[in-house]
Design a protein around this ligand. Structure first.
Ligand code: ADP
Ligand code: ZN
Length: 523
């Protein structure tokens, strides 16, 4: 059915918009002309129109592959609302309903069909599609095809069948998160000589900030009180129980807070999400389960009280702030435990070696961001393959951190770990090593004879916080690793020799180590 002559006409008449945004028009034209396209736009960037408009301009039905079954109904409703003939097929549907959809498809009375990948790949479904005229395939959340990506789904890999079975049908792959490696994998597995349409991932209205984690509940509370009283925000935590505790603490201190995690019933979750969408002063304290379906424009801050596992995750979560374009904050508290816990999660998981390595690389990239002495935005965008200049709108740009050359303390720390292990035949945790360096004569040290070590007391000039900051750097850079399976003891890592040979310098942000008003300043 050709109701429209041009993409512009469809945009105006169906969706009521006067102009395409950014790369939308070029992406639409590519697919209308029968070519493959890769569309990379941040969430809210307007990816849907990139395939919905070609669906109206090309003959046949557009097949939209999406893993998000929960959102299909909403998408179909929105399209029907503007007079587009759309439907979905999925496992939650009554048989009569899916029969009705199939009949409409056979009669050629459908513009778009949403389907989950596992459903699409069923032999009966593929045969059925063979009997239809297909306008295009749109593969949403295309990063799911990537092993390297943060949300790998095996059934996505099998979507390469589309290219083999329907070589003449254009394909569009869409995603909001794809670093260069993931991008390559999407193209390789799903597309053929695609044109790429990459929107900037910059969110200029978001102010990025990372603070040193001390007493995180109090830090969070004062951040909210000082900068966002009575406003709406999301606080991300790593564990369910922590969500509950922090929500309770905020509530007890006058912040209207709710917790949200996958342990709540579906009904209760829907209720809390709806409340968050409607009201303008609610803070939701959540695990990453709180994500899908949030489209609130005036979220004024996203806070992380625990460090996310990857930059993709961080970017996606912080991206929920400031959709309305007004100033918003991305605030994260970060400390040694984040590094230790995350490493532990990776090590004790059932994942295979390759996945553990991938997770470790992603975590390292995240650590690099958290510890960065320079522009946060430059770091973030660089991760997604985008070059940029210092932004002037992040903590490091506004307040360039003074750096402290911690190479010598780093060497002391490494020697101390080595010597203690040599003397006792076992390795020790962070606190014990720091106690030795500071020359503390406590019971454990005396019992082990560690007051006889040559490294005993050689670090008494530095405070605990300073030692921990040095340690974090060394862990992030693989000079030291934390043996999570043996009570978090410290071991020397791959780069320890490079440090001792003088091939590695260690710089720590002074703000991470200065104790306010304390006698231990950074040297
Ligand atoms: P994404 O899928 O990239 O997260 P959507 O396709 O849901 O983003 O679009 C986000 C919002 O932007 C929607 O409300 C959509 O209607 C709106 N939008 C998209 N393109 C345009 C446009 N050209 N003009 C105005 N609004 C648009
Ligand atoms: Zn900056």
């Amino acid at each position: 059915m050709h109701r429209f002559d041009t993409p512009q006409a469809a945009l105006k008449q169906v969706f009521g918009y006067d102009n395409f945004r950014g790369q939308q028009e070029a992406a639409v034209e590519t697919v209308v002309a029968g070519g493959d396209a890769l569309v990379l736009m941040p969430t809210g960037g307007g990816k849907s129109l990139c395939y919905q408009i070609p669906a109206l301009l090309r003959d046949g039905v557009a097949i939209v592959v999406s893993p998000l079954i929960a959102l299909m109904q909403d998408q179909v409703d929105a399209l029907e609302e503007v007079g587009v003939r759309a439907a979905y097929l999925n496992s939650t549907q009554a048989p009569e309903e899916s029969a009705r959809v199939r009949a409409a498809l056979r009669r050629g009375e459908m513009d778009l069909l949403y389907v989950a990948p596992e459903r699409l790949l069923m032999p009966a479904m593929l045969d059925f599609l063979d009997s239809l005229e297909i306008a295009l395939f749109a593969i949403d959340e295309a990063h799911c095809v990537s092993i390297w990506g943060h949300d790998f789904r095996p059934e996505y890999g099998a979507l390469s069948v589309l290219r083999e079975r329907w070589p003449e049908v254009p394909r569009m792959a869409l995603t909001a998160t794809a670093d260069p490696k993931t991008r390559e994998e999407i193209v390789e597995k799903l597309l053929l000589n695609p044109k790429e349409f990459v929107a900037s991932f910059d969110r200029p209205n978001i102010f990025y900030r990372v603070v040193d984690k001390r007493n995180v509940r109090e830090q969070l509370l004062s951040f909210i009180r000082l900068e966002h009283p009575g406003e709406c925000g999301i606080v991300y935590c790593i564990a369910r129980q922590r969500c509950e505790e922090i929500a309770e603490y905020l509530s007890a201190n006058g912040v209207r807070a709710l917790f949200y995690h996958a342990g709540l019933s579906a009904q209760e979750r829907a209720k809390r999400l709806a409340l968050f969408q409607q009201e303008d002063d609610i803070v939701v304290v959540a695990t990453i389960a709180f994500g899908m379906g949030i489209d609130k424009p005036n979220v004024r801050f996203v806070a992380h009280v625990d460090m996310p596992k990857s930059i993709e995750g961080y970017f996606q979560e912080t991206g929920r702030a400031g959709r309305d374009g007004l100033p918003a904050d991305a605030w994260m508290a970060y400390g040694l435990n984040d590094v230790v816990n995350q490493r532990y999660f990776i090590e004790q998981s059932d994942a295979d070696e390759i996945h553990k390595q991938l997770s470790t690389q992603k975590l390292d990239a995240m650590l690099g961001f958290a510890e960065a002495p320079d522009c946060r935005r430059v770091r973030l965008l660089a991760y997604f393959g985008e070059a940029s200049k210092p932004c002037g709108h992040c903590d490091n740009c506004v307040n360039p951190p003074e750096l402290w050359d911690a190479t010598l303390p780093a060497k002391k720390l490494v020697s101390c770990i080595y010597r203690a292990q040599q003397m006792s035949g076992v390795s020790f945790g962070a606190q014990h090593i720091i106690d030795i360096l500071q020359g503390k004569t406590n019971e454990r040290i005396k019992a082990r004879g560690h007051d006889k070590l040559s490294t005993f007391g050689i670090g008494s000039d530095l405070a605990d916080t300073q030692w921990r900051a040095v340690l974090r750097q060394l862990i992030a850079r693989h000079v030291i690793w934390v043996d999570a399976l043996h009570r978090n003891t410290l071991r020397l890592g791959a780069s320890a020799n490079a440090l001792l040979r003088g091939e590695l310098e260690v710089h720590v942000r002074k703000s991470l180590v200065l104790k306010k008003g304390g006698k231990h300043g950074a040297k």
